[in-house]
Design a protein around this ligand. Structure first.
Ligand code: NAP
Length: 328
């Protein structure tokens, strides 16, 4: 059996733990239970965002573990994200400072631009989804990814984050940033699972030195209403995955996670149940055979399951328009 990798080296020399805890759609109480269980079992990578509105609850647990000497700051890998309403360069530093205050940290390990779509900032930091009269999200006409990126780079120079990256970016958007960046994005965090394998994006990002992080790696089975459509396939119930899980004596979730790890993709499953959190991390003691990896690679592909397009379809930087919504 090959030695399982616990981290992946980024293009700036930092290491990202290959399995992290997702925290989207976690209430403050839930996220505290989850982070507690995750740190106890060995997770060091926690993924959050200003938009998830749970950074402060996570910060309390991190602070408690560090004070009690149960974990050292340098062993943690904390990721948070710049919300679309704070992408104006004049707001970027202040937005990270708000996140750091919530998290009770002096720096994060990775700061991501959450979406390529800049939205209008109306003076209220917590109005994260400004809408026009038709219910469409209000695109900011000043949207300029290059200007935002320059403000992100400044955060590295100030020591407020070790690394910077992007999320939900199309290959063309990643290339645009890489073409002039002083600090290249280290990661592109995108939806990725057996039904949306992102093979082309993975290969092209690899050539650029950009690692993929897979969000919704289990297919986000309980994603919020409006993002779930009848007949959407369910990765955890896929017959091939269920069969492979039986063969290896593992759960379908462990097979889905291990498959991504063996593709050298970082994976951030979310759960609020300690037993699942433990089991989702128990993926370092087995390997999928090359044959099983190939079978999974051949699974039929579908459009993105977690579809944030409604409301953003008119945004000039919308990454899910037209063909880009089709699996690559
Ligand atoms: N950058 C972005 O735009 C973006 C978008 C989406 C997600 N993300 C990040 O990626 C993380 C993961 O994605 P996700 O939350 O969408 O979905 P996910 O991790 O694919 O799935 C989470 C769901 O699976 C359930 N689950 C977890 N472990 C399980 C297991 N072992 N067996 C059966 N069910 C299990 C969870 O239920 P319980 O909680 O009830 O256990 C939860 O409903 C997010 O939490 C967030 O940090 C980022």
């Amino acid at each position: 059996m090959e030695v399982p990798k616990t981290s992946i080296k980024l293009n700036n020399g930092e290491n990202i733990p290959v399995v992290g805890l997702g925290t989207w759609q976690c209430s403050k109480d839930e996220v505290q239970t989850a982070v507690h269980a995750a740190l106890d079992v060995g997770y060091r990578h926690i993924d959050t965002a200003f938009m998830y509105q749970n950074e402060d609850a996570i910060g309390e647990i991190l602070q408690d573990y560090m004070k009690r000497g149960k974990v050292k700051r340098e062993d943690l890998f904390i990721v948070t994200k710049l919300p679309p309403t704070h992408m104006d360069p004049s707001l970027v530093k202040r937005s990270l400072e708000m996140s750091l205050k919530n998290l009770k940290l002096s720096y994060v390990d990775l700061y991501l631009v959450h979406l390529p779509c800049q939205l209008v900032y109306d003076g209220d930091d917590n109005n994260l989804f400004p809408q026009d009269e038709n219910g469409c999200l209000k695109a900011d006409p000043k949207s300029d990814l290059i200007a935002t990126w320059k403000a992100m780079e400044h955060l590295v120079d100030l020591g407020l984050t070790k690394s910077i990256g992007v999320s939900n970016f199309l290959l063309s958007q990643v290339e645009r940033i890489c073409s002039f960046a002083k600090h290249k994005p280290v990661v592109n965090q995108v939806e990725c699972h057996i039904y949306f394998q992102q093979k082309k994006l993975y290969e092209c990002c690899k050539k650029l030195g950009v690692v993929l992080t897979a969000y919704s790696p289990l297919g986000s089975p309980k994603r919020m209403e409006g993002l779930i459509k009848a007949n959407d396939p369910v990765p955890l119930e896929d017959p091939l995955i269920v069969e492979i899980a039986k063969e290896y004596g593992k759960t379908p979730a462990q097979i889905l996670i291990r498959n991504l790890m063996q593709r050298e993709i970082v994976v951030i499953p979310k759960s609020v149940h300690p037993e699942r959190i433990r089991s989702n991390f128990d993926v370092f003691n087995f390997s999928l055979s090359e044959e099983d990896m190939q079978k999974i690679a051949a699974i039929r592909q579908y459009p993105k399951l977690v579809d944030f397009t409604p409301g953003l379809q008119n945004h000039p930087e919308c990454p899910w328009e037209g063909n880009s919504k089709a699996p690559l």
